[in-house]
Unconditional design. Structure first.
Length: 415
């Protein structure tokens, strides 16, 4: 669970905000976490036996029995334990269907979830009132920073569920998705391994634009090598090898995630200021083949993740995002429509005389698809008036984020 908002049905947007506590969790609350975990794991077992996964089915099945076993627990918490168990069971069922062998699921982490009617948060003082059982409540004092104030003070946001962990809590803030604004300009972006490359159109002026994130590829490569080394060194001990690799994976994920958020923020800031629609290629269904040979290539998830971040942040800020099928976008000439099937270098060249950076050319095609489908309102794009010699830099890793030390040696080949 991280602090990224998730898009929920009926156009409610939810953002989970992490708060740390001013003091240690009171012991009553610690017992509650343990009790909750026990209830979740019991419900998981009961659900598996009876082959049910929905919260209401679990409720029917086990509530009475559980009420007897967990006499100390507030009944609302018991119901949300069923909900957590339901989601554990659902993902277990998904894994079974996929054929990934897996053991009976078990929640190890100490946690509990309370629905919004099962706790009180004083948004001024940042104090949570959490009921444990009849007549017993604990108060959790949250550490509130300026970042947190933004959410606490915004009364357009309602409170969703509360997740309590041993050292922190996550409060879900919810709002109805705002309508996207009518764009006055467009920012079309082609997503690549190391950068977003594109074109920005405002009125009659079009300019090339770039947001670079070369470090993502470097981090991926470095962690890939580390994992390979661990596997080699610990070949005799598969359990240790697996644990170390998993830890490497988490670290890689965090480091890349951090950088992707920075890139997304700069894109969104730009789009918000210029009231731009953001045009992206639709990466759905874009499956990379799995083979030994491809293992050496970089994995695809950072690009998809970047889109995800841009999309939900844009929705939160009511910036319109237009998704386009990227088919042939990298090999079509935007002026004459000819297609190129042979391999090309970094530049796209056409018989008609048009030549352009390959990635920027792709973004122009994305933009033209949007315009031809009438998705961009009155926006136009004239390749003839395109000032591609001036590059606008949206994001620069040197000034934008902590840079990756000594990581430039293992640079991966660019396709
Ligand atoms: Zn052409």
């Amino acid at each position: 669970m991280d602090n990224t908002p998730v898009i929920v049905k009926d156009e409610m947007l939810v953002k989970g905000v992490v708060f740390y506590l001013e003091s240690d969790l009171p012991s009553e609350a610690k017992f509650l976490l343990e009790d909750f975990r026990l209830a979740v794991n019991n419900a998981v077992r009961a659900g598996l036996q009876a082959r049910v996964t929905s919260r209401s089915a679990l409720n029917k099945l086990a509530y009475k029995d559980f009420r007897r076993k967990h006499t100390r627990m507030y009944s609302q918490h018991l119901v949300s334990a069923f909900e957590v168990a339901g989601s554990v069971l659902k993902s277990h069922r998904r894994r079974v269907r996929k054929g990934v062998a897996c053991r009976i699921p078990y929640v190890k982490r100490l946690m509990m979830k309370a629905e919004n009617q099962a706790y009180k948060l004083d948004r001024k003082s940042g104090v949570i009132d959490l009921p444990i059982r009849a007549g017993c409540h604990v108060e959790l004092k949250l550490v509130v920073s300026q970042y947190h104030r933004k959410y606490l003070d915004d009364m357009a946001l309602s409170l969703g569920s509360l997740t309590v962990l041993p050292d922190r809590v996550i409060v879900a803030f919810r709002k109805v998705a705002p309508k996207p604004f009518v764009p006055e300009s467009a920012l079309s972006l082609d997503t690549n391994e190391r950068s977003l490359d594109g074109v920005f159109v405002e009125g009659d002026v079009a300019r090339a634009i770039k947001a670079e994130f070369p470090e993502v590829a470097i981090i991926q490569q470095r962690h890939h090598e580390r994992r390979k080394r661990i596997q080699r060194k610990k070949a005799h001990d598969r359990r240790t090898s697996r644990n170390l690799c998993r830890r490497e994976g988490w670290r890689e994920h965090h480091r890349i995630d951090y950088r992707l958020h920075q890139v997304a923020n700069s894109v969104l800031k730009f789009a918000e200021e210029r009231r731009s629609a953001i045009v992206l290629e639709d990466l759905k269904g874009f499956k990379s083949k799995r083979s030994k040979e491809l293992n050496r290539r970089l994995s695809f998830w950072p690009r998809r993740k970047l889109h995800q971040i841009i999309e939900y942040k844009a929705q939160w800020k009511s910036i319109p995002v237009l998704k386009v099928n990227p088919k042939n976008s990298s090999r079509t000439c935007p002026t004459c429509g000819r297609m190129r099937y042979s391999r090309m270098g970094t530049e796209f060249k056409c018989e008609c005389g048009w030549h352009m950076d390959r990635h920027i050319n792709a973004s122009i095609n994305l933009l033209q698809t949007v315009i031809s489908k009438g998705m961009a309102g009155g926006l136009r794009f004239d390749p003839g008036a395109f000032q591609h010699d001036v590059m606008m830099i949206l994001y620069d890793p040197v000034t934008g984020a902590r840079s990756e030390l000594n990581g430039t040696s293992g640079v991966v080949g660019v396709t």
